[in-house]
Design a protein around this ligand. Structure first.
Ligand code: PBG
Length: 319
């Protein structure tokens, strides 16, 4: 009867698996702070995505880790850049069996580690991210990712006007059917640390992303960001991270009817793994509790490093 009347379910088809692909490695590389997650080679990525498609996972979101970085993050829009090659590989491997998303940002590709182009020397306190110069780069990345075969591009850099710039560029290049998942309400969280290990990115000279990511004190600001992205043409919006922001997910859910995503981020996954490894909590119970809570708050889709575990251990559905 509990199953019959359950208000919330989790399905493998609701889950989006974040995957890292690194240029120039011969074997998959473990990520110490993300147990069970690796930096893939192009070959191991193909195999992983084929498995995930077979398990019924809804989508993958790809992050490239280039061999060389520069000031503008040009590897992010190079047609021969690692992400573009990986998108094409995955598309060739699985066809339409799952949705192929591409994270759209430059922090993995810049030698200074910021999500945008700088207006001065890295590490100088007077230097800022140049919002509008960054939009031109994001537009080029969007077209490169769509050319490679991405179904969805997901701008994660929190630049103002990024969705409009990307939509315009995609349409101009004939990619009118490429969807945009906007990381709309992305907080300047302390929970992205393991991800930065996964993509080998650290901000040169210290510093943080508070100039473009949100203050965790704010909920209404998230709604402003979501509305702006929808006006600019976002097809889906995201709240990130998830568990400390369930109220924000619920507030966005109450306001919009487009698909709503939540990102259960690297630090959330790492905390779960660490506590479970110590025997302090039961991994499988808490993992399912967390994913269900994110769905209960109102998220339609959940980006999570737990995707494969869920499909293998729980099955295609939590009920
Ligand atoms: C930025 C980006 C980040 C994450 C996804 N996209 C890192 C950041 O903003 O510093 C974090 C994801 C995670 O922690 O799992 N390209």
């Amino acid at each position: 009867m509990r199953r019959l009347v359950a208000e919330t379910t989790v399905h493998a088809s609701d889950l989006v698996a974040p995957l890292f692909v690194r240029e120039g490695i011969g074997e998959p590389q473990p990520i110490a702070s993300l147990p069970g997650v690796v930096q893939h080679t192009r070959d191991s990525l193909r195999a992983e995505v084929a498995d995930l498609a077979g398990l019924g996972i809804g989508a993958v979101i790809l992050f490239g880790v280039p061999a060389a970085k520069d000031a503008t993050g040009s590897g992010a829009f190079d047609p021969a850049g690692i992400a573009q090659l990986a998108i094409a590989d995955v598309r060739a491997e699985v066809g339409d069996a799952l949705v192929v998303m591409a994270d759209l940002c430059v922090d993995e590709y810049t030698d200074h580690g910021h999500c945008g182009i700088l207006d001065g020397p890295p590490g100088d306190p007077a230097t800022s991210v140049d919002n509008d110069a960054t939009l031109d780069v994001y537009a080029r990345i969007a077209v490169a990712q769509a050319d490679a075969g991405a179904d969805v591009v997901a701008p994660s850099g929190m630049m103002d006007g990024q969705v409009a710039a990307i939509r315009g560029a995609l349409d101009g290049a004939g990619h009118t059917s490429t969807a945009i998942l906007a990381y709309s309400a992305k907080y300047a969280s302390g929970q992205y640390g393991p991800f930065r290990d996964a993509v080998d990115c650290a901000i040169v000279g210290g510093g943080d992303r508070t100039a473009y990511q949100q203050d965790w004190a704010n909920t209404r600001e998230a709604l402003v960001e979501v509305r702006a992205d929808l006006e600019q043409g976002a097809d889906m919006v995201m709240v990130k991270p998830a568990l400390a922001y369930l109220d924000v997910i619920a507030a966005v859910r109450a306001e919009v009817d487009v698909p709503l995503a939540a990102y259960h981020v690297s630090g959330e996954y790492a905390m779960l793994q660490a506590a479970a490894a110590n025997g302090w909590i039961d991994h499988d119970v808490v993992a399912l509790e967390h994913l269900t809570a994110i769905r209960r708050a109102g998220a339609d889709l959940v980006l999570t490093y737990l995707a494969r575990w869920f499909a293998e251990t729980v099955g295609r559905s939590s009920r």
